[in-house]
Design a protein around this ligand. Sequence first.
Ligand code: C5P
Length: 231
Amino acid sequence: MKFWLIVPAAGIGSRMQADRPKQYLQVAGKTILEHTLGVFLDHPYLQRIVLPLAAHDRWWPQSALAGHPLVVTVTGGRERADSVVAGLQALPALGAGPDDWVLVHDAARPLLQHDDLQLLLDSLQDDPVGGLLACPARDTLKLADGQGRSLRTLPREQIWHALTPQMFRLQALGDALAKALHEGVAVTDEASAMEHLGHAPRLVSGRSDNIKVTRPEDLQMLLMATHKVRD
Ligand code: C5P
């Protein structure tokens, strides 16, 4: 079963307070983005990777993977969803058909494991909608009043954390994102656009350490994990 991959990498990562976008920080000899792409590059069913980058990105050309034959760069957009749309628009010219599977995976999630990627592909290959890696909430969850006080406790059994990759068919995802963006719906992941159209994406239970590197303290966890897993 072939699949295409979009890795939105056009963010600036301001919460990281670093001298460069977080996907270009070096961890264990590689950038975060290189760790992220590495999980996919040897997959036998991967067709191409489309990499939406910021308009004036000056870091990617220095990457060891710049010029890799499987990677095609495009210019991303203002929000993550705009970058994903730019990636989707590039796919037909590369040979993708409307019913082909497209995976979208954050550039800042370098700890995805091969097992989880394969689980997602195997779980969804015959699914009518598609879905995403996700993990059930562990902590007790509070609804806050905006002033630092807890109003009530949410039912944890129904709450999952959305992770990536998320996997949908090219045409269906393009249509869903276009409608959601047009209607001003908050689209922080692909599944939210599909939900807005009335679909119920399948939740595939993945590892909770597939974190999105966001804050400085995440780098320490990443460093420990890359030593343990990849070396
Ligand atoms: O900022 P955040 O961590 O939510 O971004 C998630 C992913 O989306 C990152 O890989 C980031 O580079 C990407 N992104 C993008 N285009 C934007 C904003 C974020 O490709 N305009």
